[in-house]
Design a protein around this ligand. Structure first.
Ligand code: GLN
Length: 314
């Protein structure tokens, strides 16, 4: 039966979820690790961790919740928050806010839509957001790492240079996208500069605990729960949550809303962050992905979380 946030036994819920997904993870044939970035292909797929950080400051965790992993597209959420901070509403002149209905690295809509990416959570959109950061910060990757450190209250986190180089060397598709966007005048810095920075953003490493803590301000109407610092105004925080729901899990966002019912953002490193508005930040990680690029076991775990707790936005 559904319980309220205050009496919810999250540790018990996480333990139940862990026992249920362990066989799925250990079977080793449910999903595949991302291999188009050579360094990511080396990650052991048989790992699972999950963390919940409640707005009253409690941390619940299970499995490999303290193991840092490559956040990949989850960085698109933090990059957008940082860009909103600097640019405000003008972000939307250069990037849309509609689901793409296409894979995260698709080029097809860009031509018809004159180089304005559908949303900031697909690669094309994140390249434009990275360009905005590059116009404002001497080193956009340093700015983003510092922002993530602040959000996660962890001064040691950083990007993995090896993963960044590995992606950069094989970034032909993202390079094609960036050049195409630039041909429409929607990229102001050099393609190389934007790609270098984008690959470093994606290579930031954080654990489930770091990430659950880092997104908790979005569950708290834009205010960091433990410091009281307002990073985004209430309306912007609400809008970012809406974008996470409609665009955060790429082409599977509809199915994700159907199965999980929480604003979420995934990455091909196997992490998925989610927020339970007014209650908690959540992160799950398991590297093997389903076809759309979302963590196979992670999606099951989040579905179980909302089913068992009765806590979703619907
Ligand atoms: N760095 C990855 C890429 O650009 C991020 C994709 C993802 O996590 N969906 O392809």
């Amino acid at each position: 039966m559904a319980q309220t946030g205050h009496v919810m036994d999250y540790q018990n819920l996480l333990d139940r979820i862990h026992s249920a997904v362990e066989p799925v993870v250990n079977a080793g044939n449910n999903g595949k690790v991302a291999s188009y970035i050579p360094e990511l292909a080396k990650v052991n797929p048989l790992q699972f961790g999950m963390a919940i950080v409640t707005l009253d400051g409690q941390t619940f965790k299970v499995g490999e919740a303290d193991t840092p992993f490559s956040i990949q597209s989850i960085s698109k959420l933090f990059a957008l928050c940082l860009a909103m901070h600097g640019e405000g509403e003008s972000v939307w002149q250069r990037v849309g806010r509609e689901p793409s209905g296409s894979p995260f690295n698709s080029l097809v809509q860009l031509e018809k839509e004159n180089g304005k990416p559908r949303n900031p959570f697909i690669n094309a959109g994140a390249l434009v957001v990275t360009d905005m950061l590059a116009s404002r910060h001497v080193s956009p990757e340093t700015a983003l790492v510092q922002f993530c450190r602040k959000l996660a209250a962890n001064d040691t986190l950083d990007f993995d240079a090896k993963v960044a180089r590995s992606e950069r060397r094989t970034a032909d598709r993202n390079a094609a996208m960036a050049h195409f966007i630039k041909s429409f005048g929607n990229l102001h810095n050099s393609v190389d500069e934007v790609l270098d920075s984008y690959c470093k953003h994606c290579a930031i490493e954080m654990s489930c605990v770091d990430l659950a803590r880092a997104v908790s301000f979005l569950a708290n109407r834009g205010t960091v729960p433990w410091s009281g610092e307002q990073l985004l105004d209430v309306s912007t925080a609400k809008r970012l949550s809406a974008l996470m729901l409609t665009c955060g899990t790429y082409d599977a966002a509809g199915d994700f809303a159907f199965r999980v019912g929480l604003p979420a953002k995934s990455g091909v490193g196997g992490g998925i962050v989610a927020i339970i508005p007014g209650v908690a930040g959540v992160c799950v990680w398991s590297p093997a992905l389903e076809e759309t690029g979302n963590s196979y076991a992670g999606s099951i775990a989040l579905e179980m979380l909302t089913t068992l707790s009765g806590q979703s936005i619907f």
